[in-house]
Ligand binder design. Structure first.
Ligand code: ADP
Length: 366
């Protein structure tokens, strides 16, 4: 790996270029030299280095400008600034322009080695991260196309069979088809939740932040969940005051978070149960409390329920069609909003999920 690591030295001082390249060549790196900024930038394009050593003070294009151009050309090239007039200000300025580290002249070969090794490790970890990111993206797109698409097609065929459009079916055949379709729907839900979670890491939720009115968001959420509550014979009780302080967030993902919690409160409820939404305020946060009269969560399970794919085992939870991803999606969304989620629960009595979201201009409680 070391042999292929390429280092470019940009310095107008011949002695620095010679001494640094001697150290690097001895250590097995591939080295190139440029004696001014302009040549340096040309060599960055041709030589494609992993690490650039750049002097701040040079005739022509300055080291600072070179740093800026390097970042424009390739964000991931790591650069170290060398300078004879090291000041805190110039160090801070060069870091701002994207330098990884700072080496004041004069320096010993060992100092050069230590700082370069660190920078090269940084470069390697950036490359590895990029590689993993590409793999992840490839996997996400594979799951969404190669897995999801045929499963959707299969559910459509099930509809055709169940609708009698391919001929009469017996009651026994219908039962089997319905059971198969439930399993495929479960798989599709798992894929959907997994894709939601993976994409959430990709897109920066915070980019879409704007001041939001929680009353509006919770009424929209209620509209989306009310048919499911009716189907499950659950009463939704919503108690939201008007004139709530605004919070800062992304409407779409917040609705998704509330929907996931409400979906659980309905699925893990008892027949004829109640789900209530209440709002409280503390000095810094708006607190949304979602309570149910359901089966509850054993105390020893509470620390794990926000983990990915975590599902509580039990006879009473068999028919709930869960994926173990709902609450990890919620946690990710709430944390992206600098919020917090807490849960209290009593087996056989019910659970309350409290979501703390910072009020606009109040900072909020982490
Ligand atoms: P799932 O898709 O399995 O519901 P979640 O991540 O949403 O996954 O929840 C994790 C586990 O926490 C669930 O498997 C369930 O057992 C438990 N759970 C979540 N919400 C509730 C609730 N309101 N009442 C009882 N148990 C719950």
């Amino acid at each position: 790996m070391r042999k292929t690591t390429k280092i470019l030295i940009i310095d107008d001082e011949e002695s620095i270029c010679d001494s640094c390249s001697a150290v690097y060549i001895k250590d097995g790196y591939q080295v190139d030299i440029a004696r001014d900024g302009e040549t340096g930038l040309e060599k960055i394009r041709e030589f494609n280095p992993d690490l650039v050593l750049v002097d701040l003070k040079m005739p022509g294009i300055s080291g600072m400008e070179v740093l800026e151009e390097i970042k424009k050309f390739d964000m991931d090239i790591v650069s170290i600034v060398i300078t004879g007039y090291a000041t805190i200000d110039s160090a801070v300025e060069s870091m701002k322009k994207g330098a990884y580290d700072f080496l004041p002249k004069p320096f010993t070969p060992d100092e050069l080695r230590v700082i370069s090794k660190r920078a090269i490790e940084k470069r390697e970890s950036i490359k590895e991260l990029n590689r993993l990111q590409k793999m992840r993206e490839g996997f996400i797109s594979m799951v969404s196309h190669q897995l999801k698409t045929p499963l959707v097609a299969v559910t459509q065929y099930f509809e055709v069979l169940l609708g009698g459009m391919a001929g009469e079916i017996t009651d026994e055949q219908r039962k089997i088809l319905v059971r198969s379709k439930i399993r495929i729907d479960g798989l599709l839900k798992l894929i959907k939740d997994w894709l939601d979670l993976s994409r959430m890491e990709e897109t920066k939720i915070a980019c879409k932040f704007e001041p939001l009115n929680l009353t509006k968001i919770l009424s929209k959420t209620q509209e989306l969940i009310k048919t499911f509550a009716e189907q499950k014979n659950i009463t939704l009780k919503i108690n939201i005051p008007d004139n709530l302080p605004k919070i800062c967030g992304d409407e779409e993902t917040l609705i998704q978070a509330f929907l996931n919690i409400l979906d659980n409160s309905i699925r893990y409820n008892k027949d004829g149960g109640i789900v209530s939404i209440n709002i409280n305020l503390d000095n810094e946060n708006v607190i949304v409390e979602i309570s149910d009269t359901g089966i509850g969560i054993p105390k020893e399970e509470l620390p794990f329920i926000f983990e990915q794919f975590y599902q509580i085992k039990g006879k009473d939870r068999k028919e709930t069609n869960g994926t173990g991803l709902g609450l990890s999606i919620v946690k990710k969304i709430i944390e992206a909003h600098s919020g917090n989620i807490r849960v209290k629960s009593k087996v056989g009595v019910g659970s309350t999920f409290s979501i703390f979201l910072p009020q606009v201009n109040k900072g909020g409680k982490k």
